[in-house]
Design a protein around this ligand. Sequence first.
Ligand code: ATP
Ligand code: MG
Length: 251
Amino acid sequence: LLDVKAVAKAFSGNHVLQDVSFNVASGEIVGLLGPNGSGKSTLLNTINGFETIDRGAIRLAGNRIDGLPVHRVVAAGIGRTFQLPSMPRKMSVLEVAVAAATAHHGIWATLTRSAAARRTEQAALKKAGELLDQLLLAPVRGLPAAALSGGQKKLLGIVCALMAQPRLLILDEPTAGVHPNLRRDIVLALQALNAQGMTMLIVEHDMQFIREVCTRCVVLDRGRIVADCRPDELVRNEEVVRAYLGRAEEP
Ligand code: ATP
Ligand code: MG
């Protein structure tokens, strides 16, 4: 489904991604891991159109998406969440979820009066209600989105990404800083989504999460892919062990 080929990206001489190639097949949950600053979020930014690439190609279902603006990448079928989600102060949880769908279609259905716009809004409201329920936010749907806890904002970020009905869902550290109880719920929600056919690429530092949730994992170290293996193979992979433990031995 997603094919990243020989991608390179530098910020004023800082080579953050170097010859990065990997793919995500339909139905997979691929974990992307690596030390802080290894380029994980930058890689996600190049995939969803926030950043351009210097070299290489990114394809979704065979079609080039590198160089497209974010809204066209969303339309092509990629939804993503952010490492540190921020939410608008004056909109409720439900309004934020609905806006994610209407903004995606380029129309604020609530601001127009056409019958088609009303149907779009009705459909978005129904979908938002279902997703808020599935991601455990039904009880707080009327609260201001900015009033949610950090973990709940991560869940709302997932709802917003799903409102555009993506083929690939990309999550940046969905359980970082989340209490184990909510973490458990997030794991179950993601597994349920995958059982419904959702393909995912997830940046995550938590090895237990990766073992529980991911079918495969890709490891970045200083902008290069150093491993692409099953989660249970990670601990036996010398490159991975070096990426996580070996830095102190280097000059
Ligand atoms: P973490 O695990 O801490 O989230 P990460 O693997 O997501 O780290 P990135 O956020 O991708 O790392 O950052 C990789 C490197 O790229 C860092 O050195 C960062 O300073 C640099 N970088 C990222 N975005 C930019 C930018 N817009 N301009 C300049 N440098 C950037
Ligand atoms: Mg990051």
